[in-house]
Design a protein around this ligand. Structure first.
Ligand code: ZN
Length: 248
């Protein structure tokens, strides 16, 4: 049951018919794993905590650098060289005292990914490297846990949901077969502008909330955002029936 305080606090969400009190309670009971507390993980974690998600698992092994600050909006100059997950936990707890936070202060390897993914309802891939994307995709498909993948460089962003609860859902590796993987390109090599990350991180939070409250989330759909021309495009992805990760 929601408390009176919760009913008041979340009243503008509860009045949305796909959410209602039942959906708000589902958010309260939900556990979400956010991998990567950079430019995508920062806004995604804030919106999920603010919306009433009960438990966040935050995974990142990095420390805060001066060049992170224009886009990683939980952090300030006083936080430089501290662990991202520790500062994120402090700031989120101060603003959203209800949220339970479990800190994982290292990047996930096979063993950690398997352990944590099996405990949560949704995973957000907010990383910026291809190896982590394949790892999270593999374990989310194996555990049948929905995965919301976000990526952004320059003025461009992408979002994809992989939901192996649906038989025909394509996975990240269907879209980007490992043998065709491109050279690593990220914010360090291509640059990035903060609001683009906020848009994609916000989209990841939106998709996760919809998944948790039981709104139908389109699978096999790649959303692409061009921040220069301010345009969204949506592509339908076929499942690869020979995919080494998701094909039965
Ligand atoms: Zn696949």
């Amino acid at each position: 049951m929601l408390t009176h305080h919760e009913k008041l606090k979340y009243s503008r969400q509860i009045m949305l018919s796909p959410i209602g009190e039942e959906g708000q309670l589902a958010l309260h009971n939900a556990k979400v794993l956010i991998v990567g507390l950079g430019g995508l993980g920062n806004p995604a974690a804030q919106y999920l905590a603010a919306s009433g998600v009960g438990t966040l698992y935050l995974a990142d092994g990095d420390t805060i650098d001066l060049s992170n600050l224009p886009r990683q909006i939980l952090f300030s100059e006083n936080d430089i060289e501290q662990k991202k997950v520790d500062i994120a936990e402090q700031k989120l707890k101060a603003q959203y005292p209800h949220v339970e936070i479990e800190v994982i202060d290292e990047m996930l390897d096979d063993e950690l990914a398997s352990y944590y993914i099996s405990q949560v309802d949704v995973v957000l891939d907010c990383t910026d490297n291809i190896a982590s994307r394949y790892l999270l995709n593999k374990h989310c498909v194996a555990e049948k846990i929905p995965l919301v993948v976000g990526a952004a460089t320059g003025f461009d962003g992408q979002c994809l949901i992989v939901n192996s609860l649906h038989e025909n859902s394509a996975c990240y590796q269907c879209l980007f077969p490992a043998s065709e993987k491109a050279p690593e390109q990220n914010c360090q090599t291509l640059g990035i502008l903060g609001p683009v990350l906020s848009i994609i991180g916000g989209m990841q939070a939106l998709q996760a909330i919809k998944q948790i409250v039981g709104v139908n989330v389109n699978t096999n759909q790649l959303l692409m955002f061009d921040g220069l021309s301010t345009q969204w495009q949506s592509f339908t992805l076929p499942k690869n029936n020979d995919c080494p990760v998701c094909a039965q």
